[in-house]
Design a protein around this ligand. Structure first.
Ligand SMILES: Cc1cc2nc3c(=O)[nH]c(=O)nc-3n(C[C@H](O)[C@H](O)[C@H](O)COP(=O)(O)O)c2cc1C
Length: 439
């Protein structure tokens, strides 16, 4: 079968453009509006999207971007969404730095059961140091230790998901045998960060494991992704860097002894769609004009880990030392500043629109052309679509761009399977304890 692209809807309640919520047709109070969010996911499902993705953080502030100030806890929200959808994958972000493997393994296994096999986990180590202060800690774990902990965390979670073989539960009323005890596997893990007895108190879920996703692009992040990820989310703001990243990360997957084709690389794309290119450009400019510069400066300060408002606004970004934050996005923004020779103000405005993700501006035909180009030339296996505002941004994409991709044979017209793994063409993991007896 010809290779087809994967599509995800990356949710941001106030839109991915920082001023998106101010667009005249945008719903400005979507953060905690369940009906509205459910309708947006149903729209993506009507467009045969593979997945719906909820990013998350473990802190808030009154000056955070409007999508991030208040939001539902992802797994709780996805459970509510699972009841009104049937095919679309449901991806929650959850942090390995501020949770315990038993807790998360249990929640994801529950979502996988409740959604009949549509759960996915975006495994993050949490880049915002402020989160530590909400978890009784003064200091955020350093970058290499965060990834070391993440690796052990996922290993333990997998062990817990393998606690029960498929046919453990007999429930024979006549004999009184409820289960086959030889098919239960207590993990008895003792490692550097975790000590976990097991077994999990949820049975093996429809997908075996939720689909595992990773989104850190630093060296540590890529090597972690190479070991465990089945989907890699990334921010790439031009085709050349996307191809370079794609090649590099797939090679790392190969070196880790895994099949590169079984790992889907999905860069984020902010599509600004108009009837014509001119209309799309004017739509973009209108959104840009609505940005408050103070907010834009806060966004790049957070990405770069340095307060850029202290720099002269209309001069080039000065040099400064690397920080303990999200390394890869900081590098992306620095490269943008250096290659385009942007002033601090120009950089802030450009990045605020998309947080460094690629902005595609044009008619539906032109957007489809660009997506095809990235897909065919080896920059992506699919895309995380990041509408600048809701509902218009997802409506335009599903109604105008999806049919073009379908007519070109680049995207499905029907879901292939029932579970997210089946739709993505990913294997169901084999239980690591099959045939093994525990003492
Ligand atoms: C598309 C995309 C989405 C992400 N979503 C989240 C998120 O929701 N929460 C989070 O803490 N980090 C998120 N990240 C950040 C990464 O998971 C990672 O923690 C961060 O990039 C720091 O790791 P790095 O230095 O390896 O890049 C996202 C990154 C990308 C590319």
């Amino acid at each position: 079968m010809a290779r087809t692209m994967k599509l995800g809807l990356f949710w941001a309640a106030a839109g991915h453009h920082i001023a998106g919520w101010r667009h005249p047709s945008a719903e400005a109070s979507a953060n905690e509006n369940l009906k509205f969010i459910q309708n947006m996911v149903k729209k993506a499902e009507s467009g045969k999207f593979d997945l719906f993705f909820l990013g998350d953080a473990l802190d808030s502030s009154a000056v955070a971007p409007p999508s991030d100030i208040v939001r539902f806890e992802p797994l709780t929200l996805l459970t509510a969404i699972s009841t009104v959808t049937h095919h679309i994958g449901l991806i929650a972000t959850a942090s390995t730095t501020y949770s315990e493997p038993f807790h998360l393994a249990r929640i994801f296994a529950s979502l996988d059961h409740l959604s009949s096999g549509r759960a996915g986990w975006n495994i993050v180590t949490t880049s915002a140091a402020r989160a530590a202060l909400n978890f009784s800690q003064d200091v955020h774990l350093a970058h290499p230790q965060r990834y070391e902990r993440a690796k052990e965390f996922v290993e333990v979670a997998k062990g817990l998901w393998d606690s029960w073989e498929e046919d453990t539960f007999i429930r024979n009323k006549a004999t009184g045998q409820y289960l086959d005890t030889s098919k239960v596997h207590a993990l008895e893990h003792k490692g550097k960060y975790f000590s976990v007895q097991g077994p999990l108190n949820v049975s093996r879920s429809p997908q075996g494991y939720p689909v595992l996703i990773q989104a850190g692009s630093s060296e540590d992040g890529q090597s972690f992704a190479a070991d465990i990820a089945e989907i890699i989310f990334t921010a790439q703001n031009n085709l050349e860097s996307a191809i370079e990243f794609y090649k590099s990360v797939k090679e790392k997957v190969r070196l880790a002894g895994r099949d590169p084709e079984a790992v889907k690389v999905m860069p984020g794309v902010v599509p600004i769609i108009g009837k014509t290119r001119e209309e799309a450009l004017s739509k973009y400019q209108k959104l840009q004009d609505l940005i408050h510069i103070e907010q834009a400066l806060r966004i790049i300060s957070a990405i770069l880990g340095v307060d850029v408002s202290t720099f002269p606004l209309d001069e080039l970004l000065p040099e400064f030392p690397e920080t303990n934050g999200l390394k890869s996005r900081a590098q992306l923004v620095l490269n943008l500043a250096r290659t385009k020779q942007l002033t601090v103000r120009e950089l802030a405005l450009e990045v605020a629109g998309s947080k460094g993700h690629h902005i595609m501006i044009g008619s539906a035909e032109e957007i489809a052309d660009r997506l095809e180009e990235w897909f065919v030339q080896g920059g992506a296996d699919g895309f995380n679509i990041m509408p600048p505002y809701f509902p218009g941004g997802i409506d335009d994409f599903v109604d105008l761009v999806v049919p073009i991709l379908q007519s070109r044979g680049l995207f499905r017209t029907e879901y292939e399977g029932h579970t997210l793994r089946e739709n993505l063409g990913l294997a169901r993991p084999v239980n690591q304890f099959l045939g093994k007896q525990h003492a």
